[in-house]
Design a protein. Structure first.
Length: 315
């Protein structure tokens, strides 16, 4: 993607929040549901437990409220709401309308569906709104994949879960946090991972694995090249939490040690659009990033989409 214009208005995260349904489904719980085992799931996915339940709007309102409180921003001061989700509560209207009402916002609101790349797509869109004059944007990534999971399919039932992550993005004087970004899509891979309206998720696991690593690495390298940074400069990589083996393979090809990866998949499973913000803000709350650190967000998803962004943490 092209470099960010030097005169573009910059932005930064000023608050964030996370939300997970209270119901926890462990690997041992799944042993009673499908032909699988705790050891098999851990070895092949890195997942130990996942949260299921709730609605996309409900979880979004929870995480959004926390983000607004942390940023100390009045809901009426938000200029736009961007909700990344692949599991809207209704076909029409956009789930962002329900979230807007629940949070007491008075602004434009819309959904972005780029599957598991959705939060990075929405992050780029939100920065674009800031560059065009918005001052404060609420950015949320939420999915409730348990509603579209076939719980009799041992290959997918062990993977998917529900969750939400939100952030307030505010315009800032001088350079903003976003140094470079890349958005990509390969429609020829659409049939590898999809869910028809009224259906459940279908996935060609091996081929998705093979393509996912390649498309994640390609997108990340493009963003780092535009930012003028290398693997050694990245303090933290925040990959989509799809599978620990995919994360490990992508980090290995990028030359970034796993010790510098934000990983929460063991506790959350694959939450699609919520995956990257859950991992990012878990790392931030855990003190793993400091002002000035370079953070690489990178994901892939059905479509097959890919997205990455290099941000400089803090002001």
């Amino acid at each position: 993607m092209p470099p960010i214009p030097k005169n573009a208005v910059g932005a930064r995260f000023t608050g964030w929040g996370r939300a997970l349904p209270p119901k926890v489904l462990t690997n041992h719980d799944l042993e009673a549901m499908v032909e699988t085992s705790d050891q098999w799931i851990r070895e092949r996915t890195g997942i130990e437990r996942r949260h299921v339940g709730g609605t996309t709007a409900g979880l979004s309102i929870q995480s959004g409220r926390l983000a607004l409180a942390m940023a100390n921003v009045d809901p009426l001061d938000i200029d736009a709401l961007v909700l990344a989700t692949t599991t809207p509560d209704r076909t029409v209207p956009a789930t962002s309308a329900t979230v807007q009402l629940g949070l007491g916002l008075k602004c434009g609101a819309f959904d972005v569906n780029a599957a598991c790349s959705g939060f990075v797509y929405a992050t780029v869109v939100a920065h674009g709104l800031i560059a065009m004059g918005s001052r404060k944007v609420l950015l949320i990534g939420t999915d409730t994949l348990s509603r579209v999971t076939d719980w009799d399919d041992r290959n997918t039932a062990v993977l998917f879960a529900d969750g939400s992550g939100a952030a307030v993005l505010e315009a800032t004087d001088g350079p903003g946090q976003l140094l470079a970004w890349d958005l990509d899509s390969d429609g020829s891979a659409e049939e590898l991972l999809f869910c028809d309206i009224g259906g459940t998720i279908f996935m060609e696991g091996r081929e998705v694995f093979r393509r996912a690593v390649r498309i994640m690495v390609d997108s990340a390298e493009k963003s780092m090249a535009v930012a003028g940074v290398g693997a050694d400069d990245i303090a933290l990589i925040v990959p989509h939490q799809a599978n620990i083996r995919i994360i490990s393979a992508a980090c290995d090809r990028l030359g970034i040690p796993m010790a510098r990866a934000a990983v929460c998949i063991s506790e959350t499973g694959n939450t699609s659009s919520a995956s990257i913000p859950l991992a990012l803000f878990d790392a931030a709350d855990g003190g793993r990033v400091s002002p000035g650190d370079l953070v690489l967000l990178v994901g892939f998803g059905a479509g097959m989409t890919a997205a990455s962004a290099v941000i400089r943490w803090g002001n």
